[in-house]
Design a protein around this ligand. Structure first.
Ligand SMILES: [Zn+2]
Length: 345
């Protein structure tokens, strides 16, 4: 195994690096949200499908599902937001959406979606993401067994910021992306792009040394199936780098359904520091590292000041909430984990 570089063990250095891609710390919450276009794109795209009698998405547009981690039937509801019922699994504790959009509706949405893609293409977002991607790749490279070639697969590559950075750093990179606009632009960049679901891509097993999932697992009806595919595609000793929203974050615990992380048309699974390792374990991965990134401190302060959480300009409510405390407690708004494919012996 590669020896970990010193900065991996230097908590202060890592915190300082994390703060440089925390958009709300760097630019201020309202400025970051406006300049990336988040203030416009958060409108619910499936409003027209809500049945006025029940307040839920019309039954002909949805399909039921059990807990995507442990297959238990749904527990009591936590809340309904934009027509989608959010529940907590009585067995494993996962928070998830129990009636999700029909598969064809969902696939069409992902192919044609442009609002979120425009947020990803905004210059402040691309700047923050590039630093974030560099941080993640540094962590992965520190653990990459030296005998493995630098070949990666980025699943749900979006606008391709990560893949382009990886290519610059000498990785042979393949991108998988369903969105038409994003996949066309990736192909123009001469990146190898797979424009179909991974299970239909017929990639040979043991093809990659690193698989990356940047904000993908929360969108999937069957996250375990995708993780099993990822495991098969990895060489022995290969790595999985994964970033997901953290439902155990301070911002989600304070805002509950007001948090933008809850958007049931798209965010189907809400992992925390317990359920993410649990699903990775079931899918054949052992966690090497897990931390949080992005504080959403400004969002928290705005809410505690009775302002719009995403567009307010409140001063710090209490000096007790610091990036250091938030990440120490794994209360940041995203979980970043690196895992190794478990050997089958
Ligand atoms: Zn469960």
């Amino acid at each position: 195994m590669t020896a970990s570089p010193d900065w991996l063990k230097d908590k202060k250095a890592r915190l300082e690096r994390k703060n440089t891609f925390d958009g709300s710390l760097v630019l201020g919450t309202a400025k970051f949200n406006k300049e990336t276009g988040r203030d416009i794109q958060t409108l619910q795209p499936f409003k027209g499908l809500i049945d006025p009698d029940t307040g839920l998405i019309r039954p002909d547009m949805v399909r039921p599902r059990n807990c995507p981690v442990c297959d238990e039937a749904p527990g009591p509801g936590l809340f309904v937001k934009d027509g989608f019922r959010h529940v907590r699994c009585p067995s494993c504790g996962l928070i998830y959406v129990s009636l999700i959009l029909r598969e064809d509706v969902m696939i069409q949405y992902w192919r044609e979606e442009i609002a979120w893609t425009s947020v990803l293409r905004s210059s402040p977002q691309m700047e923050m993401d590039r630093i974030k991607f560099g941080y993640g790749l540094d962590v992965a490279e520190a653990y990459l067994p030296p005998e493995l070639p630098r070949e990666l697969l980025d699943i749900g590559a979006g606008t391709g910021g990560f893949v382009k950075l990886a290519v610059e750093r000498g990785w042979k990179s393949t991108a998988q992306e369903l969105n038409l606009e994003s996949s066309e632009s990736l192909a123009r960049e001469a990146v190898e792009v797979i424009v179909k679901p991974l299970e239909l891509a017929e990639l040979p097993p043991h093809s990659f040394s690193l698989v990356t999932l940047w904000e993908v697992l929360e969108h999937l009806a069957e996250p375990k199936v995708l993780l099993s595919h990822a495991s098969r595609l990895l060489r022995d000793g290969g790595l999985l780098l994964i970033l997901v929203p953290n439902v155990g974050s301070l911002v989600s615990r304070i805002l509950h359904e007001k948090s933008h992380t809850f958007g049931g048309h798209s965010h189907l699974n809400h992992f925390d520091a317990n359920s993410l390792p649990a699903i990775l374990d079931v899918a054949g991965f052992a966690i090497l590292e897990m931390e949080t990134v992005l504080t959403e401190l400004g969002t928290i302060n705005n809410h505690l000041d009775f302002q719009d959480p995403y567009l307010g300009d409140a001063p710090a409510f209490t000096p007790l909430f610091t990036p250091e405390l938030i990440h120490d407690k794994l209360w940041g708004s995203r979980l970043l984990a690196l895992a190794r494919k478990k050997s089958v012996s």
